[in-house]
Ligand binder design. Structure first.
Ligand code: FAD
Length: 324
């Protein structure tokens, strides 16, 4: 028999877990389906910028959010969602092992950073090799770094690192930097940034942590650079094949959301890195998840003819409306 829930959340990262907490706490039957617990938080051994916590880690925050969700009687299944279909009885969610029905869905499938594809890359992940410059550049104050990547991601990485690191090698395949002209002009003025054009990274090495990289240029010349940190900014993958027929997806492959984390489908809400929000960070994913969860709850309350939760507390004094 197909199991039914009022709301199904897809994704066990900070957005999905936060959505689940806000849904389950309203005593609404909620199933969270995810390939894993934590998503990208598993790539963060040292988490410094999640408000209200000191010296945390991504996996610890994931476990705390999971416990919080389960404490409100939310349910979790570790499985992969393969397709969502609209049926007469509701939204049918097909996973690799089962099928479920719900009245509303919160999408929080996040994204996965692209690798460079160099040997040893995973060995030095978080031991000198990083995939999120805005997250990890602050760990490299006064140290020597390199960044490799594509387009705007590379430019942003170079600018962020140049504010922290003593030296930044900016490595790219083409002859000229591509992207925003103002950003390129800003990079070219930085005294601590050395442009390394027409080059790629051939090897990564070190002991316990990264110590050096070998750069190969178009003429075949190899140069070894001593670096403390290598930032890989090759973009990321968002896989929305299972839902692309139901929601609107922008040119960057992200789900378009509007106020209340609504998508183009009235029964589907979305949050986190898979959506068109700026500043993709954990606190933003949690906030989006909470909003999407409450919007999904309100959607099913209204189906039952109930008013739901107020989205905005207002008080009018004289001619002025105060929002709380
Ligand atoms: C290396 C690195 C370091 C970072 N450091 C920081 C930091 O210090 N501070 C900070 O605030 N942010 C940091 N970030 C960014 C932060 O991790 C993300 O913004 C955040 O995790 C996004 O949350 P999310 O829930 O939207 O997606 P994700 O964390 O990507 O989670 C998505 C979840 O959905 C699941 N999923 C996907 N598709 C399916 C499917 N079809 N079926 C079932 N499950 C599915 C995945 O398995 C995963 O569990 C970092 C990111 C990276 C890559």
């Amino acid at each position: 028999m197909v199991q039914e829930y009022e709301i199904i959340v897809i994704g066990g990262g900070p957005a999905g877990l936060s959505a689940g907490i806000f849904v389950a706490r309203q005593k609404t039957s909620c199933l969270l389906i995810s390939k894993d617990l934590g998503g990208q938080m598993n790539l963060i051994p040292k988490l410094e910028n999640y408000p209200g916590t000191l010296m945390s880690s991504g996996p610890l925050l994931a476990k705390t959010l999971e416990s919080q969700y389960l404490s409100f009687n939310g349910e979790i299944v570790y499985d992969t969602v393969q397709m969502i279909e609209e049926t007469e009885s509701g939204m049918k969610v097909k996973t690799s092992r089962s099928e479920y029905i719900s009245k509303s869905i919160v999408l929080a499938p996040g994204k996965v950073p692209n690798n460079l594809g160099v040997e040893n890359e995973s060995t030095f992940s978080n031991k000198g090799v990083h995939y999120c410059t805005k997250c990890d550049a602050p760990f490299y104050q006064g140290r020597v770094t390199a960044t490799v990547g594509v387009g705007g991601y590379l430019l942003e990485s170079g600018i962020l690192l140049s504010r922290m690191a003593s030296k930044v090698y900016l490595i790219y395949k083409g002859g000229a930097l591509g992207g925003d002209k103002e950003m390129i002009a800003s990079i070219e003025k930085k005294e601590n940034v050395q442009l390394v054009p027409q080059s790629s990274i051939k090897a990564i090495s070190g002991n316990n942590t990264l110590q050096s990289i070998v750069v190969l240029d178009n003429s075949g010349k190899e140069t070894t650079l001593q670096v403390d940190g290598l930032f890989i900014e090759m973009g990321s993958k968002i896989n929305l094949d299972f839902v692309k027929h139901l929601v609107k997806i922008n040119t960057k492959g992200e789900i378009e959301i509007s106020e209340g984390n609504a998508t183009a489908h009235p029964a589907i809400f979305a949050a986190g890195d898979a959506t068109n929000i700026p500043y993709k960070q954990i606190v933003a994913a949690c906030a989006g998840g909470a909003t999407a969860g409450l919007s999904a709850f309100n959607y099913i309350e209204r189906l039952k003819g109930k008013p739901g939760i107020r989205a905005d507390w207002k008080k009018t004094i004289g001619d002025t409306i105060f929002h709380y």
